[in-house]
Ligand binder design. Structure first.
Ligand code: AMP
Ligand code: TRP
Length: 330
């Protein structure tokens, strides 16, 4: 049976990149598979967090998932720390995974930077916890952005190593699902940087909670070049900002870049931007309003997370019992 698992960190506002690159795909998958979607709070604390903000962010990201269209009856939506099996299996994987494997992880190198000795052990072992998230449910498919592919390779290595250490055909090797239309959304200020919550300029991103006026202003101020839009089949070479805006329009309107170029080729950005604003407002403002509405209803959000955790626990417990048996714990 195919089972999907994916995770999102509860750190700060969700933005258009999170929506088009991840959450929108999750919404599509819910109609085809059994899906677990996890707000990975234990991953968030691998770097310092303010406790009050962390609590608020766990709820806000959950509200974002619901507002974007994930159905909590169909999917198992929960926060990681509520199911203690994640931490338990992660410890067991700490005893399976190898220093040499973790030393190759590029995300650790990026996040730890030059002050490597000062990074937490948790940040270093983060990929082992991610492997535990996935394998605790014996998930077979994991939708992720390209930046997480290396961690998923490691998950497969851990599954294989566990199976061979204990001569057991136990864990599946989960497959990445990099969806064809997984958009990589770039900053509105520079077409060569990813749209990111850590960019200091709020004009670089469209947050899911931005209202219509703010969305309009951000698109109006978005960087472009003086050329008109290319026609279908023309190249965007050297025009990353133009390519990004056209890509966003195509993703939001569920069409292809080719079709957008067929419609707007030869026209100026002064004509294109208002149309982009229109579609962005139509798609995003209802989600933003639902996030704000749900954020007033904490008891509903907390109930969704508790219910999800209970259902997750029911899948995790038998797996953990078998793991304990396999490795000789009583
Ligand atoms: P993060 O906010 O970096 O924890 O990412 C959460 C999810 O959103 C991951 O699946 C990322 O791959 C995806 N994501 C984040 N930023 C972008 C972006 N600019 N474009 C596309 N996907 C993104
Ligand atoms: N590491 C992922 C990220 O930063 C989040 C994550 C944690 C995840 N556990 C996961 C994604 C398991 C997929 C499956 O985006």
């Amino acid at each position: 049976m195919e089972r999907i698992f994916s995770g999102v960190q509860p750190t700060g506002n969700l933005h258009l990149g999170n929506y088009l690159g991840a959450i929108r795909n999750w919404v599509k998958l819910q109609f085809k598979f059994e899906c677990l979607y996890c707000v990975v709070d234990l991953h968030a604390i691998t770097v310092p967090q303010n406790p009050t903000e962390l609590r608020a962010n766990i709820r806000e990201v959950t509200a974002g998932l619901l507002a974007a269209g994930l159905d909590p009856a169909k999917n198992i939506i929960f926060n990681q720390s509520k199911v203690s099996g994640h931490a338990e299996l992660a410890w067991i994987f700490n005893c399976v995974s190898r220093l040499g494997w973790l030393n190759r992880m590029t995300q650790f190198k990026e996040k730890a930077g030059k002050r490597r000795d000062n990074a937490t052990v948790g940040l270093y072992a983060y990929p082992n916890l991610m492997a535990a998230d996935i394998l605790l449910y014996k998930a077979t498919h994991v939708p992720v952005g390209a930046d997480q592919k290396q961690h998923l390779e490691l998950t497969r290595d851990i599954a294989q190593a566990f199976n061979s250490m204990f001569d057991a055909d136990f864990f599946p090797e989960p497959e990445p699902v990099i969806m064809d239309d997984t958009a990589r959304v770039m900053s509105l200020r520079s077409g060569t940087n990813k749209m990111s919550k850590s960019d200091e300029s709020d004009y670089s991103r469209i947050n899911l909670t931005d209202d219509a006026d703010i969305i309009a202003l951000k698109i109006q101020k978005a960087r472009t070049d003086p050329e008109p839009l290319p026609g279908p089949g023309d190249q965007f070479s050297g025009r990353p900002e133009a390519e990004n805006l056209v890509g966003i329009y195509a993703a939001l309107s569920d069409t292809s870049v080719e079709e957008v170029c067929a419609e707007f080729g030869g026209k100026n950005f002064s004509e294109f931007k208002p149309r982009l604003t229109e579609i962005a407002v139509a798609k995003l403002v209802p989600i933003g309003e639902e996030i704000k509405r749900l954020s007033q209803d904490l008891s509903h959000i907390d109930a969704v997370l508790s219910n999800g955790a209970e259902r997750a626990e029911n899948i995790a417990q038998p797996v953990l019992s078998e793991v304990r048996e396999i490795i000789g714990l009583i």
